[in-house]
Design a protein around this ligand. Structure first.
Ligand code: FES
Length: 124
């Protein structure tokens, strides 16, 4: 199955083969509902963060990953790649979405209401 899967805890969207994002790398994806996600593999664990920067909603498709820090290339805001917490500024964060591997595919549980603007949720 390669389409969304609805369970009691929400809708899980396929985000590609589970082994598509190698350790130390990131990949940008658009889920079927339009949600932008940034997949990050650190230490063999793939995490999914909201894929738009909370500063000006710029896509993180061109973001950099270095020593566990995600850097938005637009204005260099930085986020911890393990937690999404803001490194600079510390008042910002990237919301994290749950992930799960099923039949060799990575699934991401996106928020119930897809959003392109998470400013209120991601800037404290
Ligand atoms: S849009 Fe990302 S730092 Fe400004």
């Amino acid at each position: 199955m390669t389409g969304p899967v609805t369970t009691s805890d929400g809708t899980w969207h396929p985000a590609g083969p589970a082994d598509d994002v190698w350790e130390g790398e990131m990949a940008f994806r658009r889920l079927a509902d339009g949600t932008a996600v940034l997949l990050v593999n650190l230490d063999g664990t793939v995490r999914a963060f909201h894929g738009l920067c909370p500063h000006q909603q710029t896509s993180l498709e061109e973001a950099d990953l270095d020593e566990g820090v995600i850097t938005c290339t637009a204005h260099l805001w930085e986020f911890d790649a393990r937690t999404g917490e803001g490194v600079n500024p510390t008042s910002a964060c990237l919301p994290e979405y749950p992930t799960e591997v099923r039949d060799g595919r990575l699934y991401v549980r996106a928020p119930a209401t897809p959003s392109t603007d998470v400013t209120e949720a991601s800037i404290r």
